[in-house]
Design a protein. Sequence first.
Length: 335
Amino acid sequence: MSELNNITLKILENGKGILAADESTGTMTKRLDGVNVPSTPENRLLFRETLFSSSSMTECIGGVILYDETIKQKSSKKNKIPELISEMGSAPGIKVDTGAKVLAGSPDEKITEGLDGLRERLKEYYKLGAKFTKWRGVYNITKSFPSKLSITSNAHALARYAALVQESNMVPIIEPEVLMDGNHTAEECYKKTSEVIERCFEELILHKVDLKGIILKPNMILAGNKSKSKISNEEVAKLTLKCLKSSVPSEVPGVAFLSGGQSELEATENLNLINKYNDTNFIMSYSYGRALQQSALKFWSKDIQDIKGTQKIFNHRAKMNSLAAQGKWSKDLEI
């Protein structure tokens, strides 16, 4: 068994998932502005350190995706953030793309950038303690999108990124996110997501990426947020499984879903049902940002020094998702 496969399995073992704490400074500023907390480097670190030092890090969180600012910061106890995460029994990870920019040739779509100088940056992140990385491609659904150009360009970038990451002895998270913005049906989401994921794996195989040493971070199959034809949670779970079974090679050890704008409860409930119906060998877990942090952030904003209270809220949400990753969650367990 390869070292990369070991890291992957350790991140996702026993109902553990990934905390996506890799919001850029701009995104984190919006989140803090939304709860009336000044977005200073100290406040951004205080909130994140509060989560990283909570007890659920040991029991429910197998990996944490960091942003460039955070991986270089030190905790209040003066140890480096990756060291704090490792001491809690979790793996430090890092977002390495530089964001989605306008795609030349299709200005209404995006291409993710960040390949220039990536090999050198990866060496630096590895020295800082990173065990895995993340790169996100984004696709929007309309009658004409995602275009072949967008699907091909982003798949190629994801594959080149993944090959460089494995060369640096880290696990790449492959995140092709088909956005839920729009009025498309779940069937359209299913069709486009399948096409996107299949193309990603064609490119990954072409670039000789070891599929046993990656984590796929896809969207669930949902109707668009403006769609009039919503589907039940059961249908979300069944369509999501159908999509992954037909488009993901069996060597891939694990899938960690993004929450993609779902509420905390929806993201947990859908993950739980996916695991109830899961008849594959894939580990089905979570890599959530807002769906793990939102309630904790709201609570923390009322008194940013109430570390214990904030951790209690976060621990509950992490525990609920850990149970959902094992198909053991139920609504009665919610506060």
